[in-house]
Design a protein around this ligand. Structure first.
Ligand SMILES: [Zn+2]
Ligand SMILES: [Zn+2]
Length: 143
């Protein structure tokens, strides 16, 4: 099992150590140990730290799936994994937006919904709309 380090591009202690051999569709390093397909970062954890408690996942602090640097890995549950994915904006689901793209808060007063076809209840920011209309007005006035 120690051989797995020969398939890892070890770098500095703080850097990512990408797996250099086979990968899963999701981009995780994968290898076969005793005829069993195993995820490389889980093997790296087992070698560097110890056995992984049943039901727990090995998550990446660096969000780099092929990375096998034990310093970038941490133990978590599947639930943590999903929460972590949401926090990092991965497509497990998105938290409800609390601010518009320009950082205005979606308060009751500052929010309106697009209605009709295409709009489908999308939330929009009144501050932005106001600013956009004002900009248009100024542009018309001073081309
Ligand atoms: Zn990393
Ligand atoms: Zn806004």
């Amino acid at each position: 099992m120690e051989r797995i380090w020969s398939k890892v591009a070890k770098a500095g202690a703080d850097e990512c150590w990408p797996w250099t051999h086979g990968k899963t569709l999701a981009g995780y390093g994968q290898t076969t140990v005793n005829g069993e397909k195993r995820l490389a970062h889980r093997l790296a954890w087992e070698l560097a730290v110890g056995p992984i408690p049943a039901g727990l996942c090995i998550l990446h602090r660096c969000d780099n799936p092929p990375c096998c640097n034990p310093a970038h890995l941490f133990l978590g549950t599947k639930k943590d994994n999903a929460a972590d994915a949401i926090a990092k904006g991965r497509p497990f689901g998105r938290p409800r937006q609390t601010h518009c793209n320009r950082g205005h808060e979606f308060t009751e007063e500052n929010t309106f919904r697009l209605s009709g076809k295409g709009g489908g209840g999308t939330r929009c920011c009144r501050t932005c709309r106001y600013q956009m209309q004002r900009d248009k007005y100024h542009r018309r006035k001073n081309p």
